[in-house]
Write a protein that binds this ligand. Structure first.
Ligand SMILES: [Zn+2]
Length: 490
């Protein structure tokens, strides 16, 4: 079984994540997260808040998921948010033309390519239905927006589930700018759900219909793209870039990238560095990631410059973040459709701010962290999360569930849970419990036994070395603090 399947299996066995509403045979592409999955996601978002939102003085908002139709006329989604769909004339099954072509040719096919080009390529490479070998009808555009009708009288869709969280940020920009006592550059962030009616959701959390994003939109004056006071502090940081048309990834300082005009300016370089540092804090090894420069065919139509942050997984390079220089496309088009003035006046100049976007996919980051933490011991899977992301810090295990041993264990749990993510578990044998919590990546186990009743001490077990030490209960909290501070004690 490959790594992807092993992780999927572990997740299902231990309830990290599983198909949503599974008992009702739901459509694919929807996932629920169990207790450890939910905690891990919260922790990722917390690290993001600390390493991105707070570090760049961003303002976090919390916007609605359902947005009015006009919003998407302005954003261009109703017209352009389409996938190339192809249907077999014989068995009537539906596929994505770009994915079929990629499989056949081994080359990357941009999903935004013109429809007529798809038909030509399908014919040229003699692509037939993978199910029945039947011939295909012509490629069609399929809009991926999920429509909703709001109010009792509306028949047609008058609103849609947002396909990206950034839309709220664009519509809220003027309000935030006017009320938050700020000047440009102004980063605004949001974490939340987005929805895309994918033709064929697949690969677990990799391509889903409901997903979560961690997004930041930086509004700035394009004339000041090289005015970035924080740049000096990061200019020596090496960026891992895969430039257009190149096979190799190069390591180049932010300063050089600006000087050689590889990026549009200091401001762009700064936010790319921030993105890279976030992933390093999440335990990603720089040799396993890169920022890939996208060409005109592959990048979104509104983007002047796009860097996809990709991570090397067992299923190939995975896009975790899109960094887009969106120019003033968003504010201009929202302004045009709504009639609202979205310009600002700074230094006696009136202009519509430009936007640099850092759009992260939480579900893919979640999967990548699982893969990064995954290992095997004696043929059994174990997860070893970076300390700042452990969904559960400590498990408290009474040797038996009687004679006061369990009561003592519960007492310890009660004290520790105010500070750490802890769990009390008295089910099954102690050996089985160790195996389960090793799999779940819990770094520390506390065992309470009969000796504990007499001597007022417990056994502390380190997941990684499997070594154990005996600690008096009065020193327990201090010892645990030291362990999580990184002190070596096993
Ligand atoms: Zn077919």
């Amino acid at each position: 079984m490959d790594k992807f399947a092993r992780i999927q299996q572990l997740a299902d066995q231990r309830g990290l994540f599983f198909p949503s509403a599974e008992i009702h045979s739901p459509p694919s592409g929807f996932w629920d997260f169990g207790h450890l999955g939910a905690t891990l996601r919260r922790k990722i978002a917390d690290v993001w808040r600390k390493e991105v939102v707070r570090k760049i003085d961003s303002i976090e908002i919390d916007g609605c998921i359902i947005l009015p139709k006009n919003n998407f006329e302005a954003s261009g989604h109703l017209k352009s948010f389409v996938d190339p769909l192809i249907q077999c004339k014989k068995c009537h099954k539906i596929f994505r033309a770009d994915k079929l072509l990629e499989k056949k040719t081994g080359e990357e096919i941009p999903e935004a390519m013109e429809i007529s080009k798809f038909d030509k390529l399908i014919e040229k490479h003699k692509v037939n239905c993978p199910e029945c070998k039947g011939k295909f009808a012509k490629v069609k555009k399929f809009n991926m927006m999920i429509g909703v009708s709001i109010g009792p009288l509306s028949g047609d869709y008058n609103a849609y589930l947002r396909p990206e969280t950034c839309q709220n940020i664009f519509t809220a920009f003027q309000k935030i700018y006017k009320t938050a006592r700020v000047t440009l550059p102004l980063p605004i962030s949001q974490v939340g759900k987005s929805f895309r009616n994918e033709i064929s959701p697949r690969q677990g959390l990799i391509r889903t219909r409901e997903f979560s994003q961690l997004e930041t939109e930086v509004f700035f004056n394009p004339k000041k793209i090289n005015e970035c006071p924080e740049f000096d502090s990061i200019k020596k940081t090496k960026l891992r870039l895969r430039l257009l048309g190149k096979k190799e990834t190069i390591s180049i300082t932010a300063e050089e990238a600006v000087k050689k005009k590889i990026v549009s300016g200091k401001l762009v370089a700064y936010y790319i560095v921030i993105t890279q540092k976030f992933f390093e804090t999440c335990g990603f090894d720089p040799k396993d990631f890169r920022f890939r420069e996208l060409d005109d065919d592959a990048k979104a139509f509104y983007s002047k410059e796009t860097w996809d942050f990709e991570f090397k997984t067992s299923i190939g390079w995975l896009e975790l973040v899109a960094c887009n220089y969106r120019t003033n496309y968003d504010l201009s088009s929202h302004s045009k459709v709504s009639g609202a003035d979205l310009s600002v006046v700074e230094d006696e100049e009136k202009f519509i701010p430009h936007v640099f976007e850092i759009s992260m996919g939480l579900d893919r980051i979640f999967y990548s962290i699982l893969e990064n933490s995954f290992d095997e011991r004696d043929g059994k899977p174990i997860l070893s999360f970076p300390r700042n992301l452990t969904p559960m810090d400590i498990v408290i295990l009474p040797l038996v569930r009687k004679d006061g041993v369990n009561d003592k264990a519960r007492e310890i749990h009660k004290t520790l849970k105010t500070k750490y993510e802890t769990k009390y578990d008295e089910k099954q044998s102690i050996g089985k419990r160790y195996v389960i919590y090793d799999q779940l990546g819990v770094p520390l186990a506390i065992t309470v036994d009969y000796d504990s009743l007499e001597k007022d001490d417990v056994t502390l077990r380190d997941r990684d070395s499997m070594k154990q030490i005996r600690v008096e209960i009065k020193d327990l909290e201090k010892t645990i603090d030291d362990f999580f501070d990184g002190k070596k004690m096993f």
